[in-house]
Design a protein around this ligand. Structure first.
Ligand SMILES: NC(=O)c1ccc[n+]([C@@H]2O[C@H](COP(=O)([O-])OP(=O)(O)OC[C@H]3O[C@@H](n4cnc5c(N)ncnc54)[C@H](O)[C@@H]3O)[C@@H](O)[C@H]2O)c1
Length: 440
């Protein structure tokens, strides 16, 4: 099939590359010229394992074409995917400007009947609004082109995106006509050869499914973080509690790790957008509002632990931060806990030495400029701790799991570790370390 993917970010680029790997001809369109120029030369705008090889191989075969010219792409296309960003607006709703701008671009350039699939995460009802928007422009153009609309939310995880995309655990499709379901099933059947993983439904339910998936995962995390905080004040250990409850198959072990808060481009904005959708429809959600509240507070627990240990005035002190990305495997720092911890410690007078193998540049671009002069970025994990007063672990990259603790002890002024992801064993206390964790 010939496919156009509009928006070449984490989702658009990964899905475009994966469709091309399956032999489809894929146009990836973006409005940012330098991004497209870079991609033509196999320079990726994001870090995602295995993506570089996939992009390079598909471009060499001619199956993956990067362009800013939407007309060139649409003229040669059977299915159009919209994968542009839907960031959080000031009022917490999803900002749909990019979606409607992409819809306008389609309507102004399409010359044959087409299927438009919304892959971006959009509030319930957006699909129909996009269809109306496209049809209104087509009418103005006196065009007879017919548009079908479908919802096909994306569930990939950054850091694991290629694997998730090539081997999805489910493919959710919302559509109005059987023919549309069949077209998308044909496209995706190459990804799910060993058994049928299609979940077919109406468009509104499909749009809602994506929000509910993210809200449920965020809820599990905030729930467990709240339990961790209760464990701390009662002397229980949340790691043991997790094992104790995870063994119940109704609960399971995943997504019940306590930590220093979730970040990323999706959970915070999607929970907030779902709250907003409920409110504008006259329903006041109680659980969702607190999921976000608990998370915001959880991003500050490491700072509280630091000031409890070293005092409110941290001037003259330097803290090493290991990990800036919102999670391992990505360079994405959107809503990352590292941004909160670094800026709050700086407000307390501290200086920071930070190391992350992938996310340093994104972090520099994202954090307040005023903070930058108090942060030194290093190229190696041990350089970051040199002469620091304590180590703060924020992102659980694998290289941090089993460090040389003797070297840490030599380099740190105090043998103090704040472990925001509970990756270290209490046994390191036998080596003379003070270990502060979340809920244990
Ligand atoms: N990042 C994730 O892990 C993830 C996972 C599942 C779903 N989603 C959802 O997918 C959507 C995209 O997320 P993302 O992280 O890939 O966003 P992103 O911000 O990384 O990328 C969006 C891209 O769209 C481009 N764009 C904007 N308007 C355009 C237009 N009119 N024409 C062409 N290109 C345009 C931007 O330049 C940018 O490159 C969002 O709705 C998000 O919630 C994201």
């Amino acid at each position: 099939m010939n496919i156009t993917v509009i928006g070449t970010g984490y989702v658009g680029l990964v899905t475009g590359a994966c469709f091309s790997k399956m032999g489809n001809k894929v146009y990836c369109v973006d409005i940012v010229e330098e991004k497209i120029e870079g991609l033509k030369n196999n320079i990726l705008p994001i870090f995602e394992p295995h993506l570089g090889t996939l992009v390079k191989n598909s471009q060499e075969k001619g199956d993956l074409i990067f362009t800013t010219d939407i007309k060139e792409a649409l003229d040669d296309t059977d299915i159009i995917f919209i994968a542009v960003g839907t960031p959080m607006a000031e009022d917490g709703s999803a900002n749909l400007d990019y979606i409607f701008s992409a819809a306008s671009d389609i309507a102004n350039n399409i010359t044959h009947d087409s299927l438009v699939v919304i892959k971006s995460t959009v509030p319930v009802g957006t699909g129909f609004k996009v269809k109306d928007h496209i049809n209104a422009i087509l009418n103005e153009r006196n065009s007879n082109v017919k548009i079908d609309i479908a919802s096909n939310p994306e569930f990939l995880k950054e850091g694991h995106a290629i694997e998730d995309c090539l081997h999805p655990d489910r493919v959710v499709i919302g559509a109005e006509r059987d023919e549309v379901f069949e077209t998308l099933k044909d496209l995706y059947s190459t990804f799910v050869l060993n058994h049928d993983r299609f979940v077919l439904m109406d468009i509104k339910s499909s749009e809602m499914t994506k929000y509910v998936a993210n809200a449920m995962l965020a809820t599990k995390i905030s729930f467990m973080n709240e339990i961790a905080n209760i464990c701390e004040v009662t002397g229980a250990n949340v790691k043991n509690v997790r094992l104790g409850i995870g063994s119940d198959s109704r609960i399971g072990y995943n997504f019940i790790y306590a930590g220093c808060g979730y970040g990323g481009s999706c959970f915070p904005k999607d929970v907030q957008a779902l709250i907003n959708t409920a409110q504008v429809n006259g329903y006041e959600p109680k659980i969702l509002a607190n999921v976000e509240l608990v998370n915001k507070k959880q991003k500050t627990v490491l700072v509280k632990k630091v000031t409890d240990r070293f005092g409110e005035d941290l001037s003259g002190m330097t803290f090493a931060i290991w990990g800036l990305a919102f999670k391992p495997g990505t360079d994405d720092v959107r809503e990352a806990t590292s941004l909160v911890v670094a800026s709050q410690l700086i407000k307390h007078g501290a200086k920071i030495k930070a190391y992350d193998s992938q996310a340093t540049e994104e972090f520099k671009r994202t954090i307040d400029d005023a903070c930058l002069e108090s942060i030194e970025f290093t190229d190696g994990r041990y350089d970051a701790i040199d002469g620091c007063d304590a180590l703060i672990l924020i992102t659980e990259w694998k290289e941090f799991r089993n460090p040389d603790f003797r070297l840490l002890s030599e380099k740190l002024n105090h043998n103090v570790i704040f472990d925001g992801r509970n990756i270290y064993d209490k046994k390191i206390e036998n080596l003379g370390f003070e270990l502060y964790q979340i809920g244990c």
